[in-house]
Design a protein around this ligand. Structure first.
Ligand code: PGA
Length: 241
């Protein structure tokens, strides 16, 4: 059985006060969602403590937005898996396109981070996806397969989530057609030796398109940026029909 995972990626949004406000509103709005749906919030490092403390007894799982490949060392600005698990973190996004684009993340560093996440007991959420240019050139599949082949070397597929995030659909309001997202997610799955890996779609997921996205047979969940910042919007996504 493939697990359904609905994850919010807050990116660089929300102070601790704003995070606490969100949780007060959000918690009660997802009470009726089926237990089988895993709800994850990937929050800024500075929010981990307050979110962790507010989650006791809650079904929400805590996620981080990155993780370094060493346990400790002279790596200014980085954070390690054991620092995260100490804060109650279960998931970590790895290789988000914003990390690849603005912070020089490569498939090699993504691979190191994925390995470190798993070694440290975290479940990494590997993001893959093509740019508009690559799509227009007919190279979407090739791009994604290369990201997978390099990123997934030596990775345990039993403790992994993959998010297909077409870069042109992130934060643009331009969603990938649900059927096209389903096709790509199916292709991603066909390359995995474990067909039960949870594969999410991400890119302008909203209350208005979540039902159609989750109705696709290959798509097991979503990774949501903008619409995860508003409690009622993200609750509507978790409560998809
Ligand atoms: P978006 O971001 O939902 O705002 O498009 C998705 C993501 O970057 O994970």
């Amino acid at each position: 059985m493939r697990k359904v995972i609905l994850a919010g990626n807050w990116k660089m949004y929300k102070t601790q006060g704003e995070a606490a406000e969100f949780l007060m509103e959000f918690g009660s709005q997802i009470d009726d969602a089926p237990e089988t749906r895993e709800v994850v919030l990937c929050v800024p490092f500075t929010d981990l403590d307050i979110v962790n403390k507010s989650l006791h007894g809650s079904r929400i799982r805590l996620g981080a937005q990155n993780v370094h490949w060493e346990n400790c060392g002279a790596f200014t600005g980085e954070i390690s898996a054991n620092m995260l698990t100490e804060m109650g973190v279960r998931y970590a996004i790895v290789g988000h396109s914003e990390r690849r684009q603005y912070f020089g993340e490569t498939d090699e560093t993504v691979n190191l981070r994925l390995k470190a996440a798993q070694r440290g007991g975290l479940i990494p959420i590997l993001c893959v996806g093509e740019t508009k240019q690559q799509r227009d050139a007919g190279a979407a599949e090739k791009t994604i397969f290369a990201q997978m082949d390099l990123g997934l070397q030596g990775i345990d597929l039993d403790r992994l989530v993959i998010a297909y995030e077409p870069i042109w659909a992130i934060g643009t309001g331009e969603t990938c057609e649900a059927s096209e997202a389903n096709r790509i997610v199916g292709l991603i799955r066909s390359r995995l030796t474990n067909r039960n890996v949870t594969i999410q779609y991400g890119g302008s997921v909203k209350p208005s398109n979540i039902d159609e996205i989750m109705a696709q047979p290959e798509i097991d969940g979503v990774l949501v940026g903008g619409a995860s910042l508003e409690a009622s919007d993200f609750a509507r996504i978790v409560n998809y029909k």
